[in-house]
Write a protein that binds this ligand. Structure first.
Ligand SMILES: [Zn+2]
Length: 242
């Protein structure tokens, strides 16, 4: 993914031109930009805000996990907590909104710990946002298996099992009270076995409930989900579920 505020990737003139053009489109209410932490400055955010006029600017960043080892040793993100907090502070100072991407089940993380890690990460985002007084939301990204990647090697060598959809449900149930959250369920046109799923009977039903939740932030459909296959999943993860 590109960094909107990396001057070598996107020239400042083009960035300003794009913001200017967007500001002229009445139907657009919110503009979401993504950038690595190190390219973010107060001046850049202020510049975008100024050009956008009364539209909402949202800065998004891949936190992936609040666990330093998972984030920087497993995923090689190169993002310190300090760097993350700095972004939050710049958003606070410029009236910019914030979105953090959080992975569900990075490699080498068990199904059980994946749930905990994602919930902890969302808590970390919302707690930090509260500390700085920023409007924030969290987008959960279930890990999938793209071709020709490291995670595909692990998957083909049976060292990584695809995330169970019930874990996504569990993460939502344990995070929704803290703030606005989403779970990305775009399957990137991968074969079914490479993206989060449960059994044939309930996968579609659960996906629909998650999509409904994403749109409405209303938890009822998620709460009422059930299927025989949940038991097997539950036995694997039960000691982290209250
Ligand atoms: Zn099922």
């Amino acid at each position: 993914m590109g960094s909107f505020y990396n001057d070598k990737e996107i020239a400042p003139e083009f960035r300003n031109y794009a913001m200017q053009k967007i500001s002229e489109i009445p139907n657009i209410k919110k503009v979401v930009i993504e950038s690595r932490a190190e390219y973010l400055t107060k001046e850049k955010l202020q510049g975008s805000k100024r050009l956008l006029g009364n539209k909402i600017l949202e800065f998004s960043i891949g936190l992936e996990s609040s666990d330093d080892f998972i984030r920087n040793s497993i995923i090689n993100k190169g993002l310190s907590k300090k760097g993350f907090e700095r972004c939050m502070q710049l958003c606070a100072e410029t009236g910019t909104e914030f979105m953090a991407y959080v992975l569900i089940k990075p490699p080498f993380v068990s199904e059980k710990y994946a749930i905990l890690d994602s919930v902890n990460s969302a808590n970390f985002v919302f707690d930090t946002a509260e500390k700085f007084g920023v409007n924030a939301r969290v987008s959960f990204e279930p890990v999938f298996i793209p071709e020709n990647t490291f995670i595909e090697d692990l998957y083909l060598n049976k060292k990584y099992n695809v995330l169970n959809l019930w874990s996504v449900v569990e993460v939502i149930k344990n995070s929704y009270k803290k703030g606005i959250i989403f779970a990305g369920l775009s399957d990137e046109n991968l074969s079914k076995d490479r993206f989060t799923r449960s059994c044939n009977k309930c996968t579609e039903k659960i996906c629909k409930a998650v999509e409904y939740f994403n749109k409405t932030q209303s938890i009822e459909k998620i709460q009422s989900l059930s299927c025989e296959c949940r038991k097997e999943w539950f036995n694997e993860v039960k000691d982290v579920i209250k």
